[in-house]
Design a protein around this ligand. Structure first.
Ligand SMILES: Cc1cc2nc3c(=O)[nH]c(=O)nc-3n(C[C@H](O)[C@H](O)[C@H](O)COP(=O)(O)O)c2cc1C
Length: 144
């Protein structure tokens, strides 16, 4: 059975959403089963059933989007040890959001890709290719 990736993200203007869709493309190309959801629709089961999770969030006012931080903090109840995790997000100048989520995922005992993928403002083709590459890397990690 194909391994599963859950991509859960929050985006204000769509930039982090473009990243999420490109990560999905790369992961699907590499044979992963992908669930992609905005954080408001995500449940704990989405992550429980996944082999890898990618959490996306934009940075506003020096921090990641609160809805995404709250969701990731609620994952403390879920057994995540040894699952693969990564964070990503669009930012303007400081980009704290994905850095914070990387720390939280690591604290759950996950195998985390560090540093997270951060792209300034609107991802251009080069940035989208980095996102696809991240999707392929997640698939590689799950083969091991
Ligand atoms: C009110 C406001 C506050 C922001 N604060 C930050 C910030 O503190 N640090 C930063 O890196 N970017 C900041 N940004 C820039 C956004 O992170 C950037 O526009 C990003 O591309 C938004 O991604 P999204 O389209 O996924 O929401 C801010 C943008 C706005 C509109």
């Amino acid at each position: 059975m194909a391994k599963k990736l859950a991509i859960i993200y929050g985006t204000g203007f769509g930039n982090t959403g473009l990243m999420a869709k490109a990560i999905e493309e790369g992961a699907r190309e590499s044979g992963l089963d992908v669930l992609i959801k905005k954080v408001d629709e995500a449940t704990l089961a989405d992550v429980e059933n996944a082999d890898a999770i990618a959490i996306g969030l934009a940075t506003y006012k020096g921090a990641g989007m609160p809805s995404v931080i709250k969701y990731v903090e609620s994952l403390a109840k879920v057994p995540l040890k040894n699952k693969v995790g990564t964070a990503f997000g669009s930012y303007g100048w400081s980009g704290e959001g994905p850095l914070f989520i990387t720390k939280v995922l690591s604290s759950y005992g996950m195998s985390v890709i560090d540093p997270p993928l951060r792209i300034k403002r609107i991802p251009e083709e080069e940035g989208l290719e980095e996102c696809r590459k991240l999707g392929r890397l997640l698939a590689e990690k799950l083969k091991k």
